[in-house]
Design a protein around this ligand. Structure first.
Ligand code: ADP
Length: 180
């Protein structure tokens, strides 16, 4: 499914983000940039050791909601943008704001580097436990708000890892488009 917002395409697909050919892919990292399981582990495995070598040079890591950029190593994507989503603990601890920050700061970083296309995984909805339907609404609202004022990014692709996640994001995108 794809929709246009202010000249930017927002696209939803099911797939493996490590295979994406967008200018950057986004990693759902942890604040120490230490690698790990889930999409983080998959990106480091596929991209090779150059990515971790650059992460180690970022001495303060990456606080929740912020974003940093490294090479894409062996990936087809030239860059990996590492962002850290919130750990979900009930929803009243600022999780929504932190998830918004993660998407917004990733896009702002991509835009500041002149990148045109960015692929996101479903940040925080794996090990970090954010309910996927809520996270999908936040993610899609945040990126469509961002492109209202941005002039660089022309494609934002969400690469969902399961049919169910793709369905949930598709329903959220339909609802968002209908409300505009
Ligand atoms: P978090 O710690 O932010 O919750 P996870 O990596 O645990 O991050 O999960 C985030 C999402 O990424 C989950 O929906 C998971 O299924 C998905 N995921 C795992 N591997 C991949 C991959 N190779 N490509 C795209 N999405 C992936």
């Amino acid at each position: 499914m794809r929709s246009g917002f202010n000249g930017t395409i927002v696209e939803l697909i099911r797939g493996d983000i490590t295979l994406e050919e967008t200018d950057a892919i986004v990693n759902a990292a942890n604040s120490r940039l230490a690698g790990g399981g889930g999409v983080d582990g998959a990106i480091h495995r596929a991209g090779g050791p150059e990515i971790m070598a650059e992460c180690r040079k970022i001495h303060n890591g990456c606080p929740t909601g912020e974003a940093v950029i490294t090479t894409g190593g062996r990936l087809k994507a030239r860059y990996v943008i590492h962002t850290v989503g919130p750990i979900y603990s009930g929803g009243s601890s600022g999780e929504e704001e932190k998830l918004q920050d993660a998407y917004r700061n990733s896009l702002a970083l991509a835009s500041s580097k002149g990148l045109r296309s960015v692929a996101f995984p479903s940040i925080s909805t794996g090990v970090y436990g954010y309910p996927v339907d809520d996270a999908a609404r936040v993610a899609l609202r945040t990126v469509t708000e961002f492109v209202k004022t941005d002039k660089e990014i022309t494609l934002i692709r969400f690469v969902l890892f399961s049919d169910r996640d793709l369905q949930v994001y598709s329903d959220a995108l339909k609802a968002l488009s209908a409300s505009l």
